[in-house]
Design a protein around this ligand. Structure first.
Ligand code: HEC
Ligand code: HEC
Length: 289
């Protein structure tokens, strides 16, 4: 199949096949926190910091700073703005990574290890101990991506203020794009919507979710109250057509502009002992710290 023939619905079907079996079910064993800590210390702390402050020793290699887990604010959620994420959201981010950043898909970890590390990163913020995540925003099924629907999306892109930040052509260069910062004081730019892969994932639903929930801790606002579901879908239909054909070739590749970071990450990653082998409290010498 030629890439440019990948359609809205067609890609959805492909991805549905690809992701089958990697969803968090309800009948799974309780997560192993101790194992999660080990996974974190050997695979994540290098960037996210031992205590989750986002200031691991490799952080300097990345234009986009690693997430700070201590505040419990997460960009990539299915839940409304301001809410904690679901476990499934964290699992999804860890599994698919964050496109075009140092956060590569952590698929070198098996599913159980990814679930355990989800449980562990939740211990890094006190919010998880006192709050429950809100229910995810509903995502109704995709309407047909007709030329009229896309044109409506284009009009909304300007009417809803997206162009102010993301720019007329979607390149992230709108008049309000300058001097934006995230909640941690780092400079941040509106996404270049003509580039792929996107941070929140490759599916139309991922775009819908981003627009609906916003990206907490960044200037990207939630539009769930300002726009109807149909309007959000119209925007998605418009945004879907923005990346030129050459960008579709980037989907599914790990190699990106932060390839240096990727190599650094590989070099520093410590091997994870097999499950059930001596962990932290083990006799001296059995585990490198
Ligand atoms: C090579 C550096 C690196 C490593 C290793 C790494 N991350 Fe990340 N991670 C990042 C960066 C950079 C981001 C920020 C992406 C962004 O905000 O656009 C991020 C973002 C995240 C997010 C999204 C936070 C949000 O706001 O929704 C989660 C969750 C996450 N990482 C978990 C992990 C876990 C768990 C591991 C280990 C299994 C890990 N990361 C390993 C660099 C890394
Ligand atoms: C106040 C400025 C601002 C406005 C208004 C705004 N955005 Fe954003 N948007 C951002 C920033 C900043 C980011 C990047 C966040 C990040 O990288 O962590 C972003 C990210 C995104 C992403 C994520 C892209 C990816 O890689 O996953 C999408 C999609 C998006 N915006 C669409 C929209 C749409 C559609 C609108 C209008 C309904 C809109 N934005 C309005 C600032 C804005």
């Amino acid at each position: 199949m030629k890439r440019r023939e990948v359609t809205f619905g067609g890609l959805l079907a492909l991805l549905a096949i690809g992701s089958a079996g990697s969803v968090i079910g309800s009948a799974l064993p309780a997560p192993d926190l101790e194992r999660g800590r080990l996974v974190y210390e050997t695979n994540c702390a290098i960037c996210h910091g031992l205590d989750g402050n986002g200031r691991g020793m490799a952080r300097h290699h990345f234009e986009t700073p690693p997430a700070d887990f201590r505040t419990g604010k997460f960009k990539f959620r299915s839940t409304p703005s301001g809410s904690l994420p679901l476990d499934a959201d964290l699992f999804r981010t860890i599994t698919q990574g964050v496109g075009r950043t140092g956060m590569i898909p952590q698929v070198h970890l098996d599913e159980a290890d990814r679930r355990d590390v989800v449980a562990y990163i939740k211990t890094l913020s006190p919010r998880f101990g006192r709050e429950e995540p809100q229910p995810p925003i509903p995502i109704p099924s995709t309407p047909d991506r007709t030329p009229e629907f896309m044109a409506r999306g284009r009009a909304l892109y300007f009417d809803a203020g997206c162009a102010d930040c993301h720019g007329e052509g979607g390149k992230g260069d709108g008049p309000s794009a300058r001097e934006l910062t995230d909640d941690w004081g780092n400079p941040i730019r509106p996404a270049d919507l003509t580039r792929l892969p996107r941070k929140s994932g490759p599916k139309p639903e991922d775009l819908y979710r981003t627009i609906g929930t916003g990206l907490d801790g960044t200037p990207m606002p939630s539009h769930a109250d300002a726009l109807t579901p149909e309007e959000i879908w119209a925007l998605v239909a418009y945004l879907w057509g923005l990346p030129p054909k050459s960008e579709w070739a980037n989907l599914g590749t790990l190699v990106d502009e932060e390839i240096v970071g990727f190599n650094v990450e590989k070099r520093h990653r410590q091997p994870l002992p097999p499950r059930g082998s001596p962990g932290p409290g083990a006799p001296a010498g059995s585990r490198k710290r």
